[in-house]
Write a protein that binds this ligand. Structure first.
Ligand code: AHM
Ligand code: MG
Length: 335
């Protein structure tokens, strides 16, 4: 039976990536090794998040991170685990983490051909109440043998070779794209393996959910204000959209990917570049959205065409179903 084959012929994430790589005869398995270290980090964070209440891991570590926010213990722990896992993979040269002001340059003996940008634990305001949080990552290749610099990651998102996120929610899910569609893997805790459960995710062409922090509405610009007004009071006879906003980018984007709709973190008068960071929030999510058939727009251009000048740069972002993003693009075009 098909169902039985499913239960006994397990497509783990490693097997999946090895299959993909075998299409490239020159590949030596470096990416698979890198990914297995990212997966290890995700499993560790998943287990730490699940134990957080019990183990009293929750609480302030007494430090603030570079964005001036209070840093929770789990953030520090997750960052340490990812940095160490990535360095020890022997496949990375430059790391950029939301939690570290400066990029990490891997010592020469441990260097490899990839650069990884990541937010080890995004959605920190949700940690203390047990709401879904996640890890976001993007991967570039190093295209030279000179001393690595931040220039190696200050590249447009369309040059990423892979991107993904892991959501620590009601189940632990890793969603990955290596540029050949988007695939979702669910952690089977009894096996400790991510199993392919959502092959080739395609976002619905149009959705009926919008997701935004409406508390910022008084500071929005014209096009964003008009768009949200349209969601609530459509004039063309279509039904009003539902509002869903977790405040955890991974959870809000994951829902958008599966159910369709649009996620917005626009510019506002107080934050002219929005809140979300280009390298490790906007780019990976935009990469996934495009790979799933959706779009990602900054208010000015295709998000993946941005060229960041600083590693912690921010950008407004509108991403989701193709038709829904098309509408916001039209509003910006006529503004
Ligand atoms: P963080 O990196 O401090 O966790 O902030 C990022 C989070 C995103 O997960 C989420 O989309 C956004 O901040 C929510 O921001 P706001 O509370 O302003 O709506
Ligand atoms: Mg974060």
């Amino acid at each position: 039976h098909a169902a039985d084959a499913h239960r006994t012929d397990l497509m783990t994430i490693t097997r999946f990536v090895l299959n993909e790589q075998s299409k490239y005869p020159e590949s030596r398995g470096d990416f698979t090794i890198l990914l297995s270290h990212i997966v290890l980090g995700c499993k560790f964070v998943c287990s730490a998040v699940n134990k957080a209440g019990l183990a009293k891991l929750i609480g302030l570590a007494g430090e603030t991170n570079i964005q001036g926010e209070e840093q929770k213990k789990l953030d520090v722990l997750s960052n340490d685990v990812f940095v160490k896992a990535l360095v020890s993979s022997g496949r990375t040269s430059v790391l950029v983490s939301e939690e570290d002001e400066e990029a990490t340059f891997v010592e020469p003996s441990k260097r490899g051909k990839y650069c990884v940008v990541f937010d080890p634990l995004d959605g920190s305001s949700n940690i203390d109440c047990g709401v879904s949080i996640g890890t976001i990552f993007g991967i570039y290749t190093l295209d030279h043998t000179n001393e690595p610099t931040t220039e190696d990651v200050l590249k447009p998102g369309n040059e990423m070779v892979a991107a993904g996120y892991c959501m620590y929610g009601s189940s632990c899910m890793l969603v990955l794209s290596t540029g050949t569609g988007v695939h979702g893997f669910t952690l089977d805790p009894s096996l400790g393996e991510f199993i392919l459960t959502h092959p080739d995710i395609k976002i619905p062409k149009k959705g009926n959910i919008y997701s935004v922090n409406e508390g910022n509405a008084q500071n929005w610009d014209g096009p964003t204000t008009k768009y949200v007004e349209k969601c609530k009071f459509p004039k063309d006879g279509s039904p009003a959209k539902s509002l869903r906003y977790v405040g955890s980018m991974v959870a809000d984007v994951h829902r958008t990917l599966l159910y369709g709709g649009i996620f917005l973190y626009p510019a506002d008068k107080k934050s002219p570049n929005g809140k979300l960071r280009v390298l490790y929030e906007v780019f990976p999510m935009s990469f996934l959205m495009e790979q799933a058939g959706g779009q990602a727009f900054t208010g000015q251009k295709r998000a993946l065409d941005l060229v960041p000048e600083k590693i912690h740069e921010r950008s407004p972002i509108f991403l989701g179903s193709y038709d829904d993003v098309e509408e916001i693009k039209a509003l910006y075009a006529e503004a």
